[in-house]
Ligand binder design. Structure first.
Ligand SMILES: [Zn+2]
Length: 183
C-alpha cells in the first residue's frame, strides 16, 4: 500500500513558515496568483524579501513601543518609525487624533509633515508607523487592512505585550519577521 499523502504547498503555509525562514516570504509572494496584474504603484515582490532577510529592531525601540501602548491604554498609541531597510532604530510618538481613539488611530498629520521635512533635510528616514491594540492581538484589524496603502512601509502593531511587524505591499499587510538587536 502506498500512503495517499498529498503535499500541496500554499502561499499561506509559506507565510507561516516565513517566521522561521524569511526567504519563504519572497517565495510565497512570487507564487501568489495575480502577479501579472501590475498597477503603477505596485512594489516589487522582492521588496518584502529584502526587508525580511535583514530586518532588526533595536531593543530600545521594542521596549519603548510596549511602554507607549501601556501609557496610552485604554486608547491606541501611535507614532512613527525611523531607520533603514535593514533596521528600525528610532521612533517618535504622535498624537492619536482619531475621534474614537479607544478603537482607532489616526497619526497627527503634523507629525508626518515634520517627518517628511526632516527626511528631506537629510534626517532619519521614515520607514513605518506603529499603533497599539489596547484589547486585541498585534494583528491588523479589518480597518487597518482597509487603510494600509501599498507603500512598502512597515506597520508595527502592539498588542498583548507583543510587537508584531507587518509590511504594507500591494497584497496587503503581510507578516514581517524581525530580530531584536540589543541597542
Ligand atoms: Zn489596528
Amino acid at each position: 500500500m502506498v500512503p495517499a499523502t498529498v503535499t500541496a504547498p500554499s502561499p499561506m503555509s509559506a507565510f507561516t513558515r516565513s517566521r522561521d525562514n524569511p526567504l519563504a516570504v519572497a517565495n510565497a509572494l512570487s507564487s501568489r496568483p495575480g502577479l501579472s496584474i501590475v498597477p503603477a504603484m505596485r512594489w516589487p515582490s522582492d521588496m518584502v524579501g529584502a526587508w525580511a532577510m535583514t530586518l532588526t529592531v533595536t531593543s530600545t525601540v521594542v521596549a519603548a513601543l510596549l511602554d507607549e501602548a501601556t501609557r496610552a491604554h485604554p486608547r491606541e498609541a501611535c507614532g512613527l518609525l525611523f531607520g533603514t531597510e535593514g533596521q528600525i532604530a528610532a521612533y517618535h510618538p504622535a498624537a492619536n487624533v482619531h475621534a474614537s481613539p479607544e478603537t482607532h488611530f489616526e497619526i497627527d498629520p503634523q507629525a508626518l509633515i515634520d517627518a517628511q521635512r526632516t527626511m528631506r533635510g537629510g534626517g532619519p528616514r521614515l520607514v513605518g508607523y506603529y499603533h497599539s491594540h489596547p484589547s486585541g492581538l498585534p494583528e491588523p484589524s479589518a480597518t487597518d487592512r482597509a487603510l494600509a496603502a501599498p507603500d512598502g512601509m512597515v506597520w508595527a502593531i502592539v498588542g498583548e505585550a507583543r510587537v508584531e511587524l507587518w509590511w504594507a505591499g500591494s497584497d496587503g499587510l503581510l507578516p514581517l519577521p524581525y530580530r531584536v538587536m540589543e541597542a
